[in-house]
Design a protein around this ligand. Structure first.
Ligand code: FAD
Length: 619
């Protein structure tokens, strides 16, 4: 243990994760806290880290209020509709009313924005999206964070939150290790903002073996955003609301721009428009939600999945018509070069030229996140001017643990934030964190040396497991005493896939399968004490796995609790196949007791604040 030097850093605001939300938080913390010490800690390097490093071509959340294009209310209605009624409207409205100012800053900072030549406005891709040249996006926001922070620590993975020993529900900082040097880092902090991204690779991906690592959501998003708060007893919400994406097969190339710009459409193997055929059957399951416009994403997935199960796949995108126009052909290819180069490579390898062959689509494995078109994450306080009492406890975006804040994928209930909304939410969380410090809520935090030393032993244990256990190996890599991170990950993915509604079962699960899944997850948890790491990179993999496993437990508990199929197309409860507004028009909230590891779940009302406001205005 002496081999791993310990570094101590005391600060006021600690930002965990320097992606979109983390850079936003770091930037804004400096604006409000001129004299505060602000530290940002990132697992990779903030210049290129986070989900946007996958590449993008559009800012997906911009109201355009200056031109009267959309208002925050419109966005709330849109997100509510897409999520089948289940969103925190206070959080969504709060993000939407501030997001334009964020985008205007990006513009000032030099982000290349595409303009509509006729109107001079930002070029729209859809109702909410504006087109950018995305290559420089992350370095630009990283620069803003670098100029704002006292220090940015790259290559440090945060593994645990520290807790105040005088108030057991107050945060005291975080600990982690440097993946290059192996050194141990203790950040004692008055406030912590968790902005560590979503969770991919908890369900078995379609791409395995030679394609392992190819996923739609960033493969390095490992659920720390959920595991860190869950481990200290923070409440979580809507963790059952995993997302499944319809994408081009094997490369996960996005389809949105194809629909919107190229006006392409989908068909089954017989050349039929299959979506309409599933109308009556879907109406049976979800009632009037199928008549909403736009059709909620999960219901479009539902038609796709059912058509494939009925034996009329593969489903194809009809590109051969649009690609005859040389301009549209260029747009189609450029879309991938800016976002998903891998899709173009896959097509080349399969001899697919979309001008002559309609490429295949697929539905992805499920992912868990809070910023994209879904809203799993932490249960946070909303803003004081909007939130009903159940949703407000003093500081915007503060979790149910005092001094612990969240933003971006971390925060549950507020879908469709995307990159700009995540940065905005980081700003909102940082402003509130500074106020929390100014209000003297972070006085006399006590984090003992013992607490820090105890975590140090826990963090490096996988290295010790390997060092001791490797001597028993007589051939290959299979040890009687430890499992490697990849073995543990594949076991986790199979449990989630086969019991919790992954691709193996066409997203189907039920109460009995979920209970079995929980049992298997608890055996896995026990075995993860014996995970072995041969170097610091594998140590990171070991901790990523542990965070994924804890996130998965929470997802499974939530899925078991919600006894209905709210989002057919994302997952199905075979024992409760219908949407049940009478009993389940509510948000689900869980808490894991840090001492016993047991989860408790509750229903919390979902308030439709926007239309209540409208109704009051009208009366
Ligand atoms: C394929 C894809 C396409 C997308 N397309 C668009 C688009 O076109 N337009 C758009 O607006 N949005 C798009 N998004 C969404 C956007 O990228 C996310 O909404 C946004 O990045 C979420 O911000 P975040 O800060 O919560 O997470 P991230 O930006 O992912 O940042 C999380 C950060 O935390 C770090 N981290 C994780 N764990 C730890 C740990 N334990 N310790 C320290 N650091 C840690 C990660 O390395 C990462 O840098 C896309 C996302 C993907 C994956």
């Amino acid at each position: 243990m002496a081999k791993h030097k310990t570094h101590f850093e005391d600060c006021d605001v600690l930002v965990v994760g320097g992606g979109m939300a983390g850079t936003g938080a770091t930037f804004e913390a400096r604006h409000w806290g001129r004299d505060l010490k602000i530290i940002c800690v990132e697992k990779a390097n903030i210049d290129r880290s986070g989900a946007v490093a996958q590449g993008l071509y559009a800012i997906n959340c911009y109201m355009g209020m200056q031109w009267g294009e959309n208002q925050p209310e419109d966005h709330v209605r849109y997100a509510r509709n897409d999520l089948m009624g289940m969103v925190r409207e206070d959080l969504g409205y709060d993000m939407a009313r501030h997001v334009d100012s964020t985008v205007h800053m990006f513009d000032e900072w030099g982000l290349p924005m595409m303009k509509n030549e006729k109107t001079g406005r930002y070029l729209r891709e859809g109702k909410w999206q504006i087109m950018i040249h995305g290559e420089s996006y992350k370095p630009i926001v990283a620069e803003a964070a670098k100029k704002s922070a006292d220090k940015i620590y790259n290559r440090i993975m945060i593994t645990h939150l520290l807790m105040d020993e005088t108030n057991e529900n107050r945060v005291g900082g975080a600990v982690g290790f440097n993946m290059r040097t192996g050194d141990y880092y203790v950040f004692r902090a008055k406030t912590v903002i968790v902005a560590a991204g979503g969770a991919s690779h908890i369900f078995k991906p379609r791409a395995v073996g030679e394609g392992m690592g190819r996923t739609w959501y960033a493969p390095w998003s490992n659920g720390s955003a959920y595991a860190l708060p869950i481990a200290v007893g923070a409440k979580m919400t809507q963790m059952e609301n995993r997302i499944v994406l319809c994408r081009f097969k094997d490369g996960y190339g996005p389809v949105g721009a194809y629909f919107l710009h190229l006006k392409t459409y989908t068909q089954n193997a017989n050349g039929e428009n299959y979506e309409k055929k599933w109308y009556d059957q879907t109406k049976e399951l979800v009632g009037e939600y199928i008549d909403h416009h736009p059709t909620p994403t999960c219901l479009r997935n539902h038609a796709f999945i059912q058509e494939t199960i009925a034996g009329r796949g593969p489903i194809q995108m009809v590109t051969t018509e649009a690609f005859q126009d040389p301009h549209l052909e260029t747009v189609g290819w450029e879309n991938f070069l800016g976002m998903t180069v891998g899709q173009a490579v896959v097509w080349a390898s399969q001899n697919i030229d979309p001008k002559y062959t309609n490429p295949e689509l697929t539905t992805s494995e499920p992912y868990v996140m809070g910023s994209h078109a879904t809203c799993s994450g932490a249960w946070v306080s909303g803003p004081e001017d909007l939130s009903p009492p159940e949703y407000f406890w003093g500081y915007n975006r503060m979790l149910t643990v005092e001094g612990l804040f969240g933003a971006g994928d971390t925060v549950g209930g507020s879908a469709h934030k995307f990159s700009s909304g995540s940065f905005t939410e980081g700003r909102l969380a940082a402003k509130a964190a500074v106020k929390y410090i100014e209000d003297k809520k972070a006085e006399n935090i006590n984090v003992s040396d013992k607490q820090c030393e105890d975590f140090k032993k826990v963090i490096y244990k996988p290295l010790e497991n390997y060092t001791v256990g490797r001597n028993e190996i007589t051939g290959g890599t299979v040890s009687p005493s430890y499992i490697s991170p990849i073995q543990g990950l594949q076991r986790l993915q199979r449990i989630m896939d086969e019991y919790v509604g992954g691709i193996a079962t066409n997203y189907m699960t039920n109460g009995n399968m979920l209970k079995k899944g929980l049992e298997l997850l608890s055996w896995l948890e026990e075995d993860l004490d014996n995970v072995g790491a041969e170097d610091y990179h594998q140590l990171m993999r070991a901790w990523e796995l542990k965070h994924r496993a804890l996130t998965s437990q929470c997802v499974t508990e939530h899925t078991l609790f919600r006894e209905e199929t709210r989002w057919p197309g994302y997952y199905y409860r075979g024992d409760h196949m219908k949407l049940d507004d009478e009993n389940w028009h509510c948000l689900t909230v869980s808490r894991r007791d840090p001492k016993t590891g047991k989860f408790t779940l509750e229903k919390v009302p979902v308030y439709h604040i926007v239309d209540e406001k409208e109704k009051k205005k009208a009366s």
